[in-house]
Design a protein around this ligand. Structure first.
Ligand SMILES: [Zn+2]
Length: 455
């Protein structure tokens, strides 16, 4: 076990930055794996008595957004605003605590210009003939700094002064990257003034500027999905350390990839799900959160609809046990039962071994069920178990089952109705609709599929 020591001399405040969403579309379930993971880290730090300052930026200007704004013939703010709101609502659906700061890139352009200015004055950045400003990897290395702290790069194949203008690029094209992109006609009205002419910031400089603006030049934790390691995080380190001469981040934590139904998510494979798609299928945010939280963050995870059904069963086991504990405890109150909590902490202290922690929870539930069935559990013991659950759930954030959640058998009916419609058996489809109505639920056919709503 590695003891976590924050940079704060008082050992209390923990600066924590997680790369936020690029608000050009609804976020998909792979994105949310990272945000649920960041939420777990934050909750665990809080449980351990630290005071994390959780920053998650909103990337509301970068290449993809500019392209979509141009296609949609709308304004940047109008385009990104609706996806930003949707994203924050989705975080709430997943019971993620709202980050303390959610800075928007477009509101921190002066800080980015300032940072680029520092790199220029240190000779680490230069303006190219295309008027854009680039980061010089060669000059950065010349200052004794290391490019490639997170990934191994082959510098022999790098030609000096080879440049890459786009925000995303492959490891093979490691090259001087754009800090400030000179205004081109496709940018439309999206541009800001700078000492190097009108333009817009590159994606990487956004995170360096916003994180250091809120957390200082050096901070404790930087999180993100592993797909961001290169070039995004590598470039964040280079820009920040190049400008300040100080170590940027103490610990990096990267969440592994999410596969869906065994494959990389893709719209053409039909395994591409936004959170909203899954909610529309009748799954709850709670079930989705639980499933995302079953695997260790550094292991790639196969997310499946069967897995979600399994999550429903697993949660109902916990819910049922808690219900019986409440009956047994009555009005009795007690301090939390310490043993189960200690075992969960022991597990999470091992690099956030969440699957181990769930193993402890379900073993505990089994043991409680056995004792309850045998009438061996005293009201004080039931109350102590309930109090322990309240404590551990501040970390898991699973919460209680909402009474607006539909019973599993209704979801089966909805599924049958979809199948009947597909088979053009409209008589059967209609009879299922009536059956659901008699139980107080109406079917809402949305573009992403049928969804049940309470009457
Ligand atoms: Zn970032």
């Amino acid at each position: 076990m590695q003891t976590f020591t924050p940079l704060d001399p008082a050992g209390k405040t923990v600066g924590m930055y997680c790369c936020g969403p690029t608000v050009h579309d609804f976020a998909h379930i792979g994105n949310f794996r990272t945000f649920v993971f960041a939420d777990l880290v934050r909750r665990y730090l809080e449980y351990q008595g630290f005071s994390p300052v959780h920053v998650m930026n909103i990337t509301d200007v970068e290449d993809k957004i500019i392209k979509r704004v141009h296609e949609a013939k709308t304004s940047l703010r109008e385009f990104t605003g609706k996806f930003e709101t949707a994203f924050l609502d989705d975080l709430t659906s997943l019971n993620c605590l709202q980050p303390h700061h959610t800075p928007r890139a477009t509101e921190h352009v002066p800080q980015m210009v300032d940072l680029i200015g520092k790199l220029m004055s240190r000779g680490i950045a230069y303006q190219a003939p295309d008027k854009s400003v680039y980061f010089s990897i060669k000059n950065y290395q010349g200052c004794g700094c290391g490019y490639g702290q997170l990934v191994k790069l082959n510098f022999d194949e790098m030609r000096p002064d080879k440049r890459v203008a786009s925000d995303e690029y492959e490891k093979e094209s490691a090259a001087d990257f754009a800090l400030w992109k000179a205004r081109v006609s496709e940018d439309g009205e999206v541009f800001w003034p700078s000492p190097w002419g009108e333009g817009r910031p590159g994606w990487h400089i956004e995170c360096s500027a916003m994180s250091m603006n809120l957390l200082g030049p050096s901070f404790d934790l930087h999180l993100g999905g592993e797909d961001l390691i290169f070039p995004h995080h590598e470039d964040e380190i280079a820009q920040s350390e190049g400008a300040t001469g100080q170590p940027f981040v103490k610990h990096w934590m990267h969440g592994a990839h999410l596969l869906v139904e065994g494959k990389k998510m893709s719209k053409s494979l039909g395994n591409y799900f936004t959170l909203r798609d899954l909610l529309a299928k009748g799954f709850s945010g709670r079930e989705i959160r639980y499933l995302l939280l079953t695997a260790h963050y550094r292991e790639s995870f196969n997310f499946t609809l069967d897995g979600l059904c399994g999550a429903r069963v697993a949660l109902s086991r916990i819910d049922e046990c808690l219900g019986k504990l409440r009956q047994t405890a009555g009005n009795t109150s007690a301090a939390p039962e310490p043993t189960v909590l200690a075992r969960i902490i022991e597990s999470l202290d091992e690099d956030l071994n969440i699957s181990g922690a769930w193993g402890v929870v379900f073993e505990w539930v089994r043991e409680l069920n056995r004792a309850l069935a045998a009438h061996e559990l005293m009201p004080e013991q039931a109350a102590a178990a309930l109090a322990a659950w309240v404590q551990m759930d501040t970390i898991f954030g699973i919460g209680a089952k909402a009474d607006t959640e539909m019973p599993a058998e209704l979801l089966v009916l909805l599924d049958d109705r979809n199948a009947a419609r597909k088979a053009k058996d409209f008589k059967r489809a209609d009879s299922i609709r009536d059956e659901l109505k008699s139980q107080g639920w109406v079917i809402d056919d949305t573009p992403t599929g049928a969804r049940l709503k309470k009457l």
